[in-house]
Ligand binder design. Structure first.
Ligand SMILES: [Fe+2]
Length: 417
């Protein structure tokens, strides 16, 4: 993805005559409601949600969003120097943990148990559970990021790695569906899907991924099985520190950021329509019971804009660019390179992540491969119900499963097939 401009959005999702012809009537009518700056006015009537209930409009949503303007205090609003000087987010596996991993994978394999049909009652790993309880606390209420090193991945086959990572994930919360196939562990590998292809998912490409948070889960977990031949570096930035910066120096941006944006569901929404968008704008910053949370992804915002035939207003573009610029500012950004056996968990409500483009090894068995979990843990923080409904499946509902719909979805991404 080369940028956030309207041209790139058009190129990514198709907004030419063919795309306009296919666009649903509701989307076409929405597309006509534009102000002089070219931005959409999401006036009544509100969008109709897939389950038949009418969504609240953006105006209603604004009323729902708590509008206090307090800076975020505490560890979650970190800058690069804070992560460099604070070791509380770095963990490592010792011999006792590895012994437990070997024991649980062997036992579960012998009993024919595979994710997702493994629960916490199916194995005993007290040292691992204690370690990941600390990891969870740091991700949930500390810096919002944790790195666990020292998993000897080369000694395990892929099936046992999935089992071991699943077991760790169960200590973090509830793994949920990441695509319409209902996959709860996905392999982040390059499947030669062009990232500028409509409805492409970033984890199926080798392209650069701009700073964003994953829409579905409270936490995202990654286990690096093979690093890239070159590139693929990971960068993190605290969206809470970014909020504080905007609050103190660019407060005018917050109107648009509180109002939010529709996001494209990339053909994986409950209606099975390739044009389905979130039924309501998702605020970039939302406060619930005094707790601030962030949701930000320019790719899905711009794809939604293209499908509606709209574009950012000038002030929306400035606000979005501000977040991207701050997330890439060396004062805010923390870079890391994944080594084989590294595990990373991030809190999507407080941390933005990005990835550099990468080059793979020629041998298929050496190509970059990460396992990914999406973890839901409602206890981690309160969320406004609409802010938490990212896939038209209800708060923290994850991606609708194709099986649950009783029909096949057209145009699934490669990852979902
Ligand atoms: Fe992501």
């Amino acid at each position: 993805m080369g940028g956030i401009g309207g041209d790139s959005a058009d190129a990514e999702t198709g907004s030419g005559p063919e795309a306009r012809r296919k666009r649903p009537a509701a989307a076409r009518s929405r597309g006509r409601r534009q102000d002089r700056a070219g931005g959409a006015r999401f006036a009544r009537p509100a969008f109709v949600v897939s389950n038949g209930r009418e969504s609240r409009t953006s105006e209603d949503k604004n009323e729902m969003t708590e509008r206090s303007f307090e800076p975020v205090a505490g560890k979650s609003a970190w800058k690069r120097v804070d992560l460099e000087s604070d070791a509380s987010w770095r963990f490592s596996l010792d011999r006792a943990h590895i012994d437990e991993i070997e024991a649980l994978t062997g036992s579960l394999r012998a009993r024919g148990k595979r994710p997702p049909a493994i629960s916490r009652d199916d194995f005993s790993a007290p040292a691992l559970a204690a370690l990941f309880a600390r990891v969870r606390d740091e991700v949930e209420s500390g810096l919002g990021v944790a790195r666990v090193s020292g998993f000897p991945v080369e000694g395990f086959d892929l099936a046992d790695l999935e089992t071991a990572f699943w077991a760790m994930g169960l200590s973090m919360g509830r793994p949920v569906s990441q695509n319409s196939a209902g996959e709860r562990i996905v392999h982040v590998v390059d499947r030669s899907v062009p990232y500028d292809q409509a409805n492409a998912r970033g984890y199926t490409t080798r392209a650069e991924l701009l700073p964003h948070c994953d829409a579905g889960p409270d936490f995202t977990g990654l286990l690096c099985v093979h690093p890239a031949k070159s590139g693929g570096e990971s960068s993190l930035a605290s969206s809470m520190a970014i909020y504080n910066e905007i609050l103190s120096r660019h407060r005018g941006d917050l109107d648009d950021l509180h109002r939010g944006f529709h996001h494209d569901l990339r053909g994986e929404g409950p209606t099975a329509s390739l044009d389905e968008l979130t039924s309501h704008p998702i605020p970039v910053f939302s406060r619930c019971q005094g707790v601030l949370s962030c949701s930000f992804n320019t790719k899905s915002i711009e794809q939604a804009n293209a499908k509606m035939g709209t574009d950012y207003t000038a002030t929306q573009r400035a606000a979005v660019d501000r977040i991207l610029d701050l997330a890439r500012d060396p004062a805010f950004r923390y870079d890391m390179v994944f080594e084989a056996g590294d595990i990373q968990f991030v809190n999507n409500h407080t941390v933005l992540h990005s990835r550099g483009a990468y080059e793979d090894h020629d041998e298929p068995e050496r190509r970059r491969r990460l396992l990914r979990l999406w973890i839901v843990r409602p206890e981690c923080r309160p969320l406004d119900p609409l802010f938490a409904d990212r896939f038209n499946t209800g708060p923290r509902g994850g991606v609708a499963r194709r099986d649950d719909l009783g029909r096949s979805l057209p145009g699934l991404s490669a990852a979902a097939t």
